[in-house]
Design a binder for this molecule. Structure first.
Ligand code: MN
Ligand code: MN
Length: 465
C-alpha cells in the first residue's frame, strides 16, 4: 500500500506544469479571502469561459440544450456552474462540491468602542479556530457595508503594501504568569478578540474637551465618513471579515508548498473550478458547486443545507422541457458527487493524533475519505464500496496519485463536510480533496503537487464517472 510521492512522477519539464498551476492558485487565494470575493472573481472568469447566467437565459425565454454552459449565483456567496452533457439529465450529473467560506473573525454589528484612548472593533469569530493563533499578526478587513439607501460599499483594507493593517494584541511574556498557566482554550478568550484600529484623538476646542469622552473613536468615525461615506449605524448592515493580511507565498527551500489563508476549502474550490473548465463537454452534465457556511454547519440560505441547488436543478429541467417531480428525483438519485474538501495532513511533529496507515500525507496526491464524523463515524456520510471501486478505476486509468485516509485516530476528534447533504438525495458521494497542514490556522500549508493532482483527479471524475 506504499504510495509514491507525486514529485517522483513529475520530474524535469513536467514539474513546470505543477509549479505553473500553483502560481494561478496563489493569485486566486491572495485575492479571494471571502465567499463574496470568490464568487465575484470566479463568476467573471466563468463568463469569459462562455458560461451564461441561467436566470438571465430563463428571463429571456431561452431554451437550454446539450453543450450549454450555465451558472446560477446565490446572494453573491454561492455559485453553481453546469455544463449540459450529451446524455439526458435523468442519467444523473457529476458534481464537484466545495465550500468557499473559511474561519475568520467577523466584525460585530455594534463594533466600535474606545478604551484608554485606543479605538477597537469588537469581533465574533466564525468557524472552528484556536483563538490563541489569531493574535499578534497582521489582519486585513474585507467585506461590504450596505447603507440604508441600498448603496454597497466594498471594504478591502490591509492587502496593498501601502495599506494599514490591523490586529489583536497578545500579552507580553513578562506579565504572562497567570496567562501561561491557563488551558490553551482559555489563553485568549473569544470576547477579547478585539481589533485595534486607532489611537489619535480628534482635535477639540478647550470648551468641547470638557464634555468630550471618546475622542479617538470620534476621530475614527470622521475618517470613515470621509473615506467611505459611512456613519456608525451603517455597521448594523455590514458584513466585514478580519482575515490574515498579505499574499500567499511559496513555502520551503524547494518551493514545493504554498502557505496561504483559507486553503480550507478554496484549494478544492479552485481545483473544481479549473476542472470543470478543463473537462469541457462530457457525456454527463457536469457541475461545479461552490457554497458558503460549511464552517458553521452548512446552514443559512447560502449554505449547502439550503434548497438553492435543488431549485436550480428544477429550473434547468423546466427549461429543457423535462421537468416532473419524478424526473427531478431521478436526476438527483443518479447523480455522483465528490464532496471536495480538504483533509488533515499527517504532521510528524504531532504523530500521536493519527493512525499512520490511514492518515493522509503531503505530496501523496488526492485524498479520499470514505467517511468523516466523530465517535464511531457519528454524523457522517459513509461512501459505498461500489462507488469507491469505480473511482479507484478512474484514478488508476488516468494515472492519478491518490490516497485513502481518515481524519485522525479513532476517538481523537473529528469533523464534517457537505457530503451528507448530497447523500440525502440518494447520490453516490465521497469526500475528496487536498491534504492541509495547520488546518484552520491563519496560515495553512498545502503541497503544489497535491493541488495539481487534485485538479487532474477532479477532471477525470467529471469526464468518466
Ligand atoms: Mn472544509
Ligand atoms: Mn474547515
Amino acid at each position: 500500500m506504499e504510495k509514491k510521492n507525486v514529485w517522483e512522477k513529475y520530474q524535469g519539464e513536467k514539474r513546470q506544469d505543477v509549479f505553473d498551476f500553483g502560481e494561478g492558485y496563489k493569485e486566486f487565494i491572495s485575492l479571494c479571502k471571502t465567499e463574496r470575493e470568490c464568487v465575484t472573481r470566479l463568476k467573471a472568469q466563468a463568463e469569459e469561459a462562455g458560461f451564461h447566467d441561467l436566470y438571465k437565459v430563463l428571463s429571456e425565454g431561452g431554451k437550454i440544450q446539450r453543450g450549454d454552459k450555465l451558472y446560477a449565483e446565490n446572494m453573491g456567496k454561492a455559485l453553481a456552474m453546469f455544463v449540459i452533457g450529451r446524455e439526458p439529465l435523468e442519467k444523473g450529473m457529476n458534481i464537484l462540491g466545495a465550500h468557499i467560506d473559511s474561519p475568520r473573525l467577523d466584525i460585530k454589528q455594534i463594533p466600535l468602542y474606545e478604551d484608554t484612548q485606543m479605538a477597537f472593533l469588537d469581533t465574533h469569530y466564525y468557524g472552528g479556530v484556536k483563538k490563541y493563533q489569531w493574535v499578534a499578526l497582521p489582519l486585513a478587513l474585507h467585506g461590504v457595508i450596505v447603507k440604508k439607501d441600498g448603496t454597497v460599499v466594498n471594504v478591502n483594507i490591509g492587502e496593498k503594501e501601502t495599506d494599514p493593517v490591523f490586529g489583536v494584541s497578545d500579552l507580553l511574556i513578562h506579565l504572562s504568569a497567570d496567562q501561561m498557566a491557563k488551558k490553551a482554550s482559555l489563553v485568549i478568550e473569544g470576547e477579547n478578540l478585539d481589533i485595534l484600529v486607532g489611537s489619535i484623538p480628534t482635535i477639540l476646542s478647550e470648551e468641547e474637551k470638557e464634555k468630550a469622552k471618546e475622542t479617538v473613536k470620534a476621530n475614527i468615525l470622521q475618517l470613515l465618513a470621509e473615506q467611505y461615506q459611512i456613519e456608525e449605524d451603517d455597521f448594523l448592515s455590514a458584513e466585514i471579515e478580519a482575515v490574515p493580511a498579505g499574499a500567499a507565498r511559496d513555502y520551503g527551500f524547494d518551493r514545493s508548498m504554498v502557505m496561504g489563508y483559507g486553503h480550507d476549502d478554496r484549494v478544492c474550490a479552485y481545483s473544481a473550478f479549473q476542472a470543470i473548465l478543463e473537462a469541457g463537454n462530457c457525456d454527463k452534465t457536469t457541475v461545479c458547486l461552490l457554497v458558503d457556511k460549511e464552517e458553521i454547519g452548512s446552514v443559512g440560505a447560502t449554505g449547502m443545507g439550503s434548497n438553492f441547488f435543488e431549485y436550480t436543478v428544477i429550473e434547468l429541467l423546466e427549461a429543457m422541457g423535462q421537468y416532473s417531480p419524478v424526473a427531478f428525483q431521478r436526476v438527483m438519485k443518479h447523480t455522483k458527487a465528490l464532496s471536495t474538501d480538504v483533509s488533515a495532513a499527517f504532521d510528524p511533529l504531532f504523530p500521536n493524533v493519527a493512525e499512520k496507515k490511514n492518515a493522509s500525507y503531503m505530496g501523496k496526491g488526492l485524498v479520499f475519505n470514505k467517511f468523516t464524523g466523530s465517535k464511531g463515524k457519528g454524523g457522517c456520510n459513509d461512501a459505498n464500496p461500489e462507488y469507491i471501486a469505480q473511482l479507484r478505476r478512474i484514478m488508476d486509468d488516468n494515472d492519478i496519485s491518490f490516497q485513502m485516509a481518515e481524519l485522525g485516530k479513532v476517538d481523537q476528534g473529528g469533523g464534517g463536510t457537505i457530503a451528507f447533504l448530497f447523500a440525502k438525495y440518494g447520490m453516490q458521494v465521497i469526500d475528496s480533496g487536498v491534504s492541509v497542514l495547520n488546518m484552520h490556522a491563519p496560515w495553512e500549508i498545502i503541497s503544489k503537487g497535491d493541488l495539481y493532482e487534485t485538479k487532474r483527479g477532479y477532471t477525470a471524475f467529471l469526464k468518466e464517472a
